[in-house]
Design a binder for this molecule. Structure first.
Ligand code: MG
Length: 405
């Protein structure tokens, strides 16, 4: 059931166009965005479309660099250029229609509150510059990502920045704890955990498209040439390499749980939690799975639905999801893997944090139902978002209504 529902009657034709493009361009985010609190619904939907537009320019190898570079760097200004459209994408670019009708996005963006607009423009500018730097980097284009540091930086531009922008929107709207602003590493982890997990899952697809995101610093420990990862005679090495990639991603999981503790409102919680839960499930699915070297491996529809339900309740259930999948990774971990010990420790860490949050939750809810407990993952005040989705206490309900104004 939707937490908040869109009121389509009141929407202008251009806003309806924007939502149509949201459905078309986002397979995983469109439903959670559309259920967001009314204060953030349109800003977040437009933020998504603007970044999708930027990415459609970045991904298109038919656009010459001298044309692409200024478009990427200046895209934040384009978001406020009334009537701007772009039909310079190649015919095969899947989201080219969005840019052909980008005037609708701009029209709606100009109606958004200036504070939200500044945040979105700031992230668009930083991401556009980062993408342009990579597009100009011949080394990167020929050989892919080199060091683990480069890998983190690339993921920062395409995902970490989104975590920062969304956090600022959540806090500005009063729907998340201000303390999140002082924790850039938590914001970064929210983006990197998703991005890195997708990079592991998409290895074969990216390789076929001649893109390499697994850093050389990691794969070169296992194989001499990147393409060896896909050869049957190097299967063991490839699996060990993939488990180091999983380990690298898993190190962000604990910070994602800390982050989620700072969200105060149900629809924002769902929006942030669902992709993270899907990511931990995907990470378990790809762990030491030889199939990833042959095709795009996906979690089943049934599993995705179950995770969706669990992640739209409260932090306690999300912690349970994280524990469940971490335990499964732990079980499949093998002493033959050179990363065995590190993976074991990383799993233990996530499990302990998730369990700590759980037992603390149970203890405090047994002791009393008021907000006097001192426990908080953020170590500030108790996250308002611990309890059930429907709050039976009228006192607290009044408080949360005030926050939404
Ligand atoms: Mg891209």
């Amino acid at each position: 059931m939707a937490v908040h529902e869109r009121d389509e009657e009141k929407e202008s034709p251009s806003l309806r166009t924007c939502f149509e493009y949201l459905d078309q361009t986002s397979r995983s985010f469109s439903s959670v965005i559309k259920e967001l609190h009314p204060e953030l619904l349109v800003p977040v939907a437009l933020f998504y479309l603007i970044l999708r537009g930027l990415d459609t320019i970045e991904d298109d190898m038919t656009i010459p660099l001298e044309k692409k570079d200024p478009l990427l760097r200046g895209f934040y200004k384009i978001t406020e250029q009334e009537g701007w459209t772009f039909d310079g994408n190649g015919p095969d670019e899947k989201d080219r229609g969005l840019l052909v009708h980008f005037n609708a996005v701009i029209e709606e963006f100009l109606k958004v509150k200036p504070v939200y607009r500044e945040i979105i423009k700031d992230i668009t500018q930083k991401m556009g510059n980062g993408m342009a730097d990579y597009a100009n980097n011949a080394e990167h284009n020929a050989n892919g990502v080199n060091t683990i540091k480069d890998y983190d930086l690339y993921c920062h531009y395409v995902a970490g920045l989104v975590g920062n922008g969304l956090t600022r929107l959540f806090v500005e709207s009063g729907l998340a704890n201000v303390a999140l602003l002082d924790r850039p590493s938590l914001q970064e982890s929210m983006g990197l955990f998703l991005q890195k997990t997708n990079i592991i899952r998409d290895i074969k697809e990216d390789f076929d498209d001649k893109r390499r995101f697994w850093p050389k610093e990691i794969w070169s420990k296992y194989v001499t040439n990147f393409e060896d990862l896909f050869k049957p005679e190097h299967l063991d090495a490839a699996l060990n390499c993939s488990s180091e990639m999983v380990l690298n991603s898993l190190t962000h999981a604990d910070e994602c749980l800390f982050y989620l503790a700072g969200i105060k409102e149900q629809s924002v919680f769902n929006f942030a939690a669902i992709p993270q839960s899907m990511a931990i499930a995907t990470l378990e699915k790809v762990f030491r799975n030889p199939q990833i070297l042959k095709k795009n491996v996906k979690i089943t529809k049934g599993s995705a639905c179950a995770i969706m339900t669990e992640s739209t309740q409260n932090l306690k259930l999300v912690c349970e999801v994280f524990r469940r999948f971490t335990r499964k990774i732990h079980k499949r971990n093998t002493p033959r893997d050179p990363n065995f010990l590190k993976i074991s420790i990383a799993c233990g860490k996530v499990s302990t944090i998730a369990f700590g949050a759980l037992s603390s939750h149970l203890k405090t809810s047994r002791r009393s139902n008021n907000s006097s407990n001192r426990y908080s993952l953020l170590r500030t005040r108790k996250p308002l978002y611990w309890k059930r989705r429907t709050n039976p206490h009228p006192k607290r309900q009044r408080k949360s209504k005030k926050m939404h104004r």
